[in-house]
Design a protein around this ligand. Structure first.
Ligand SMILES: [Zn+2]
Length: 289
């Protein structure tokens, strides 16, 4: 399928999903004409439905449509075999009625069970356009096609959106009452608020108090158990001094090692150079001689 068409189908199924509550697996009601045409064209109906719907589809067939297929006789045996793989939809028609009428009765005036209809009957397709939110699939020259949304469907979608934007009087009243109920408790909460101390102001004060205390302690005694922060700071200072000492020692060791390594490297380089010189010299000598 072309990328452009796949995108259009995806968008269309999103419309049915978001506005009319369609859900995967989509229930696809297949009638006798579609099933017959599909098997004649050797279309893998179940696989192609998934591609056209851009999601998982569940093929179904009504009892009346099955009866129609049985009437085809031995010529339609392959079609019957394919249809037997679909889920059977009970339509409660005691005596089989024409498949077209059966599908229309199952869909009803609102398609409340959210069926996708797959049919080759142009008459049925025309009638289904008067029912809101009925995705229709048919086969055109061995290509499965999802029809664009009908005017009825688009109107139903627009109406639903308008209703959500402009709620009716009772809904507005319920919303207002809900909002007033919600509004009262926050006021009482706000009154409760000031009684407790502001945690932000408390946090800012704490470090100032400690700093002033430590300064005083340092000036008076220097070593006091009560000032933990002060003790830590003195430790940090000691560590800093100690750290410098250790660092110097390490640097000294490193420099010593480096010197040793350099010496070793230099020696190795000298040796290699001597060896290389020997190798170079010997061929030159042979050439010269
Ligand atoms: Zn029926």
């Amino acid at each position: 399928m072309r990328q452009k068409r796949a995108k259009a189908y995806k968008k269309l199924m999103n419309l049915y999903t978001l506005s009319f509550g369609f859900r995967q697996p989509y229930q696809v009601l297949i009638d006798a004409t579609f099933c017959e045409n599909g098997t004649q064209q050797k279309i893998e109906i179940e696989r192609m439905l998934d591609i056209v719907l851009q999601g998982k589809g569940k093929p179904m067939i009504t009892q009346c449509c099955m009866v129609e297929l049985y009437k085809l006789g031995p010529m339609g045996q392959s079609t019957v075999d394919v249809a037997k793989g679909f889920e059977r939809r009970k339509c409660n028609h005691r005596e089989a009625i024409p498949g077209e009428e059966c599908v229309l009765s199952v869909v009803g005036p609102t398609n409340k069970h959210r069926y996708v209809i797959a049919t080759q009957s142009s008459e049925l397709r025309t009638k289904l356009r008067d029912v809101p939110a009925v995705p229709v699939i048919h086969v055109n020259r061995s290509v499965m096609v999802l029809e664009p949304p009908s005017h009825t469907t688009l109107k139903a979608k627009a109406d639903a959106e308008a209703q959500s934007l402009n709620p009716k009087a009772p809904e507005v009243a319920s919303l207002k009452s809900a909002s007033t109920q919600d509004a009262t408790p926050p006021e009482s909460k706000k009154r409760k608020g000031p009684k407790a101390p502001n945690p932000l102001s408390m946090k800012k004060k704490k470090p100032k108090v400690i700093e002033s205390g430590t300064n005083v302690e340092r000036s008076k005694k220097g070593s006091d158990e009560s000032g933990d922060v002060g003790a830590k700071r003195t430790r940090v200072d000691e560590d800093g001094e100690g750290g410098r000492g250790v660092g110097e020692i390490i640097e000294g060791e490193r420099s010593g090692r480096k010197r040793k390594r350099r010496r070793k490297g230099a020696q190795a380089g000298d040796d290699a150079g001597e060896d290389g010189g020997g190798v170079e010299q010997s061929p030159m000598a042979s050439v010269n001689s």
